[in-house]
Ligand binder design. Structure first.
Ligand code: UGA
Length: 469
């Protein structure tokens, strides 16, 4: 039997990447959406169809439904509350210094809703909030004077990847609805009816289970990455090939093939924050979440190891020049939050290394976050005179760089590709000494000979590419 499909009047609070994607996709599937943000400039820009977030497909949706008037933007939360059947809360919950999630933005929105509620409304928790937050929201609402029969709280965690968020929300693997009230669930089922009717599974659980599922999902993804990073490090020592090991693992459906790419450590605004928050939640509940601690510890060591290896490859670091390709926490975003590049670049700078960098998407944020790095408009400009090229983000455009040209302009043709992204044959043909993670590159002491230069002033090449498949 198909679910009832009828337009729902929805207010989404917060126009960050979760809120805006939620609002835009809900408009796309036929609902009447009001997006609220307290920032006047953001709202003005959105009204004119200008989206400040790099997310494929998002601008098109915002523009299209601005025109159809299925999506409106306002700073007026009270007006947004008045007419809504469901209010989706999608404001930020950044980590406090102790790893706990800061719920002050959620609480401020909730207290405004509480004092202006006139009709039955479902409050939907879309932000990632600690287990138990929905209960806290209910009691906050009641203590702020909201009549208990006028609202219910449903937990509806998002599973959106940055750079893929519109696609992830338009065709999610599952829709998780946490809550006990049939009346509320009926409203939210109407919201998701077009997706449910298209065969996407809808999972009904309690609020606490929905909240826990979100943290468990991100923690498991982080676990897979820390796992493969450690396996890669062992591969290096024993002469095994991590890409082939991961491919073998991935053929077992119990393991799955995704999130098994080694790298410089995971970053972003979600994985590190959520592993820490779950570890904190466990501790507050009297449980020591040892795996959570280990995931974060391994992640930190991975970044430190990249620094150590760069120094090892350079011989003596002081005054050496590095070209860093990629600074964002992953490709397809302008985001540097918790990017491994932040720690790695700062640590290399502290060792006296001169850093030049290029990133296809994150230059604006990098200029703010990494004053110790000189930014250049192209990879070639960043690479001029470099003693080593360090690839930190898996931007696909790096694959088609002209390695012969790069080899001519660097001081030493050494490349450390922490994402295992580049074509080894092309690097080898251009004369690069190539180093990767988990391919035996670091099985023996560094090959670099300090200060080496060829007679023509071009690369003092390490004679062999150690990175044979
Ligand atoms: C993550 C989750 O993947 C989403 O499902 C979740 O909804 C989102 O957090 C969230 O909580 O909002 P995101 O932070 O956008 O999404 O980034 P990911 O694609 O998960 O990548 C995270 C980090 O892991 C990146 O630094 C990436 O380079 C790294 N990574 C990923 C690896 O090092 N290896 C891999 O195999 C995969």
């Amino acid at each position: 039997m198909s679910a009832e499909s009828r337009s729902v009047r929805i207010t989404v609070v917060g126009t960050g990447y979760v809120g805006l994607v939620t609002g835009a996709v809900l408009a796309e599937i036929g609902h009447q959406v009001t997006c609220v943000d307290k920032d006047q400039a953001t709202v003005e820009a959105l009204r004119q169809g200008r989206v400040g977030i790099q997310e494929p497909g998002l601008s098109e949706l915002v523009f299209r439904h601005g025109t159809t008037e299925r999506i409106k933007f306002t700073t007026d939360l009270i007006a947004g509350i008045a007419d809504a059947e469901a209010i989706f809360i999608a404001v930020g919950t950044p980590p406090l210094p102790n790893g706990e999630a800061d719920l002050s933005a959620v609480e401020s929105v909730v207290s405004t809703i509480a004092s202006h509620l006139k009709r039955y409304t479902v409050i939907v928790m879309r932000s990632t909030v600690p287990v138990g937050a929905s209960v806290r929201v209910r009691s906050l609402m009641e203590s702020a004077g909201a009549p208990p029969h006028l609202f219910d709280v449903v937990s509806n965690p998002e599973f959106l990847r940055q750079g893929n968020a519109v696609a992830d929300f338009s065709a999610p693997a599952r829709i998780v609805l946490g809550g006990e009230s049939d009346r509320a669930l009926h409203v939210i089922e109407r919201v998701y009816a077009p997706m449910a009717n298209a065969g996407i599974p809808v999972v009904h659980v309690s609020n606490a289970t929905a909240e826990m599922a979100k943290y468990a999902a991100n923690t498991f993804l982080a676990l897979k990455i820390s796992f493969i990073n450690e396996v890669a490090n062992i591969c290096d020592l024993v002469g095994a090939n991590v890409a082939q090991v991961a491919a073998v693992l991935g053929m077992d459906q119990r393991i799955g093939k995704h999130f098994l790419m080694p790298g410089p450590g995971f970053g972003g605004s979600c994985l590190p924050k959520d592993v820490s928050a779950l570890t904190h939640t466990a501790e507050a509940a009297g449980y020591q979440f040892r795996l959570g601690q280990a995931i974060m510890h391994v992640n930190q060591l991975q970044k430190e190891q990249v620094v150590e290896r760069v120094v090892q490859l350079l011989g003596s670091p002081i005054g050496k020049r590095i070209a860093v390709l990629g600074l964002t926490f992953k490709a397809g975003t302008d985001d540097l939050r918790d990017s491994p590049a932040l720690f790695i670049c700062r640590a290399l700078h502290q060792q006296g290394i001169v850093l030049n960098a290029f990133d296809p998407g994150g230059m604006k944020n990098a200029a703010r976050e990494l004053p110790e790095v000189s930014l250049h408009e192209t990879a070639y400009l960043a690479a001029e005179g470099a003693d080593l090229i360090l690839v930190l983000t898996e931007w696909p455009q790096f694959k088609s760089l002209d390695f012969h040209r790069l080899a001519r302009i660097v001081s030493r043709a050494i490349i450390f590709d922490t994402r295992n992204l580049l074509d080894q044959e092309a690097l080898q043909a251009a004369g690069f000494a190539s180093f990767r993670i988990g391919h035996g590159s670091f099985a023996s002491p560094a090959l670099a000979r300090d200060g080496e230069r060829s007679s023509n002033g071009y690369p003092g090449r390490t004679p062999v590419t150690r990175d044979a498949e």
